[in-house]
Design a protein around this ligand. Structure first.
Ligand SMILES: Cc1ncc(COP(=O)(O)O)c(C=O)c1O
Length: 348
């Protein structure tokens, strides 16, 4: 039976290669708290993938990765700039501020959820004017892919980082959908991160075929020293870490992560292009990763829901909807949704 659900990539299952790796990791005993052989191999693999000596902290949620990164990069009185729609600003229940002992997130504007370079420059040039009354500009956080399913090109990341660094800020990337962004950006993992000025990356895998596996990747060793204790203090040092590391190892093996992301992105491309051709439907953002944002007339939205297609109305809107594809979205599911939307279009 065709899967008819476009709610979220979090609702997808687990890639068979990752399930098999979990079964292998289950054979016998292994050292705990990250002292196991798989976690050791994983760090070496991340160093290869990013062409640099990196420190890797396997975690199980993206919120933990973002929060620990912000806590490490920002002082308690620090200001952290992100897009106003960024997940860490809107959907993490204040966790980054909580873990960062009160640092303040400041939302910036920008079309399609990408921070606008001129806005960042203007903001940072005028920041600090209120002296002790204002938080100290400390961190820029970029979401890659963004909350609206768009992707910063490598040059845009470089330019935003340059502006941030010229004002003494550190730069974090929320890569909950990093693989989806990477295959769109057509460059290397190194080029899209540390070579473009990123200090820490929240590297997501859960949304792209893992069961529950994220990692905080630290490009500057000096920044990693305290993180081990911060992770423990936050309750995120996993005793059976090998099972998270095994997922990430399988994810990076034989380009599985890139293959999964290419599949999801291609399905989203097809869905977006098809919906844009349906009368009354408007595409709200360019489709650059695995999410499609559309304005739907009520009769089409209701008709699709009644036909069993699952997708969410975007919060704080009346008629904007998000459809998400995943590493295993069947081609037929996309075709069926498009055919149903076309049938519904003329009926009012
Ligand atoms: C862009 C982005 N960042 C971070 C997260 C947080 O991930 P988690 O739900 O695992 O905490 C999400 C989850 O939807 C996300 O979409």
């Amino acid at each position: 039976m065709t899967r008819r659900y476009f709610h979220s990539d979090n609702e997808a299952g687990v890639a068979p290669e990752i399930l098999a790796a979990l079964a292998r990791a289950n054979e016998g005993m292994a050292h705990s708290y990250g002292a196991d052989a798989i976690t050791t191999r994983l760090t070496a693999r991340f160093c290869e993938v990013f062409e640099k000596q990196v420190e890797v902290f396997p975690l199980v949620t993206g919120t933990a990765a973002n929060s620990l990164a912000i806590a490490q990069l920002a002082p308690p009185c620090g200001a952290v700039y992100c897009h106003v729609e960024a997940h860490l600003n809107t959907d993490e229940c204040g966790a980054p501020e909580f873990f960062a002992d009160g640092a303040k997130l400041i939302g910036l504007d920008g079309e399609h959820a990408r921070i606008d370079a001129a806005t960042l420059d203007h903001t940072l040039r005028h920041a600090g004017a209120l002296d002790v009354h204002e938080c100290k500009p400390s961190v820029l956080s970029l979401s890659q892919a963004t909350e609206h399913g768009t992707v910063y090109a490598r040059g845009e990341v470089t330019e935003l980082s340059r502006i941030a660094k010229s004002h003494g800020l550190r730069v974090h990337m929320d890569g909950a959908r990093f693989a989806n962004a990477l295959v769109q950006a057509s460059c290397t993992p190194a080029e899209l991160t540390w070579k473009a000025g990123i200090d820490m990356l929240s590297f997501g895998a859960t949304k792209n075929g893992a069961m529950m596996a994220e990692a905080l990747v630290v490009f500057d060793a000096a920044l990693a020293q305290e993180l081990a204790r911060r992770r423990k203090r936050a309750g995120h040092l996993l005793s059976k870490m090998r099972f998270v590391s095994a997922q990430l190892e399988a994810y990076l093996h034989d380009d599985l992560w890139l293959r999964c992301a290419k599949h999801a992105n291609a399905a989203a491309q097809e869905l977006g292009a098809g919906l844009a051709r349906v009368e009354g439907v408007a595409l709200l953002h360019p489709v650059e990763a695995n999410e499609v944002f559309v304005r739907l007339p009520a009769h089409i939205a209701n008709g699709l829901h009644a036909a069993g297609f699952g997708f969410h109305r975007w919060p704080r809107t009346d008629d904007c909807y998000r459809l998400v594809t995943a590493f295993d979205t069947p081609h037929e599911a996309v075709e069926e949704l498009l055919a149903t939307a076309r049938e519904l279009a003329p009926a009012r």
